[in-house]
Design a protein around this ligand. Structure first.
Ligand code: GTQ
Length: 353
């Protein structure tokens, strides 16, 4: 007589282990014990990968988009920067952030609309386009940072002689992950202009505020942060204020709260001087960097991205990264991150290495 083979513990329901899991799955359930390691890794495992778009390789495609589609048909004529680690339909440069490059030709109008994603723009090339936000107009010049916060009416136009190109930074993937997307077209092509051009800059951008006005403090009342003022702040920054990981750095601030420019995204202009050696760090926020002036590198984990102006680099959440300056001129970078969201949810961490 042969001894009865002891039945494996996982076969006590008749079929094999896989047959059990099939029955579990058929009831829209799953075994946590098989998923635990992937669900709760020890440290973040973002979908986004380190990546770089070189402006010299994509510039022609951006200008060509102006021939491929009329702005009236496009609404916003933008080529999105899609992180290769994330399915393209998510429009994601990181799991929570969006980046795109928009072009507007002389005489064109990108019609007024509003949406719940917050937006920031960094002007790259051309001069003299404008954005109107809730009835205030601002002229866009190279290096300006312009906000169009959650649910504010905005349209873009161009009264100048040449095309104007900028980087769009939005929180679209985050808003979609939270099912918080709302969108509305304005009944007219443009929103009526009520305030004097750049009035918010004059009212709120000088360390003063109109005490009678009640504002939504969730986002900055300033519409345009000019390149000149940010550059000057970097230029005159005392060495005692320099960051060991970021060099000379200034944050675009909401003057009503002292906090980030938008509730979901913060933004910075920074400068690495020739000969400055910065330390590596990791942050649980994800970050997009754009080269502005000079040249440098962004080292992300084991990759080194050598950049020139308007190249865009992705630093994934919790990726070790370090900046260097290459050459004799300072390396100036614009960046934005999702740190305000991470902080609000007690998820922000940083490790200086
Ligand atoms: O300019 O309003 O890149 O609504 C994506 C969505 C730009 C904009 C984008 C937008 C805009």
């Amino acid at each position: 007589m042969t001894a009865t083979k002891p039945r494996p513990a996982n076969e006590h329901h008749g079929g094999g282990e896989s047959e059990y899991f099939e029955r579990v799955r058929s009831k829209s359930m799953g075994p946590l014990w098989k998923a635990m390691g992937n669900l709760m890794p020890l440290t973040p495992r973002p979908r986004e990968v380190p990546y770089q778009w070189k402006w010299s390789e994509i510039r022609d495609l951006v200008y060509e988009s102006a021939k491929v589609v009329r702005v009236e048909d496009a609404v916003r004529r933008v080529l999105m920067l899609l992180n290769p680690g994330i399915p393209p339909e998510q429009a994601a440069v990181t799991q929570t952030l969006y980046a795109g490059i928009q072009i507007i030709l002389p005489g064109e109008v990108a019609p007024a609309h509003r949406h719940t994603p917050n937006a920031l723009r960094f002007v790259m090339e051309g001069e003299g386009a404008f954005t109107t936000v809730e009835g205030e107009k601002t002229i866009l010049r190279k290096g300006d940072v312009v906000t169009t916060p959650n649910w504010t009416w905005h349209d873009h136009g161009n009264d100048a002689k040449g095309p104007v190109v900028w980087l769009d930074a939005l929180d679209i993937p985050l808003v979609n992950a939270l099912s918080g997307m709302f969108y509305e077209d304005y009944p007219q092509k443009t929103h009526p202009v009520r305030d004097a051009t750049n009035s918010s800059q004059r009212s709120y951008g000088r360390g003063l505020r109109p005490t009678g006005e009640v504002r939504n403090t969730a986002y900055s009342p300033i519409l345009n942060y000019t390149f000149g003022s940010a550059q000057e702040a970097l230029e005159t920054q005392p060495s005692g204020a320099w960051s060991p990981t970021d060099g000379r750095v200034v944050e675009y601030l909401n003057p009503l709260t002292g906090g980030p420019i938008l509730p979901t995204m913060d933004a910075f202009l920074q400068r690495v001087d020739p000969g400055m050696t910065l330390r590596s760090h990791r942050q649980s926020s994800s970050k997009i960097l754009m080269g502005v002036e000079g040249e440098g590198t962004v080292e992300v984990e084991n990759e080194v991205f050598r950049w020139k102006p308007f190249d865009v680099m992705v630093v994934p959440a919790w990726a070790k990264h370090r900046l260097t300056c290459v050459g004799r001129s300072p390396a100036v970078l614009f960046s934005y991150t999702n740190a305000p969201v991470m902080r609000a949810l007690q998820l922000y961490r940083e490790a200086v290495l």
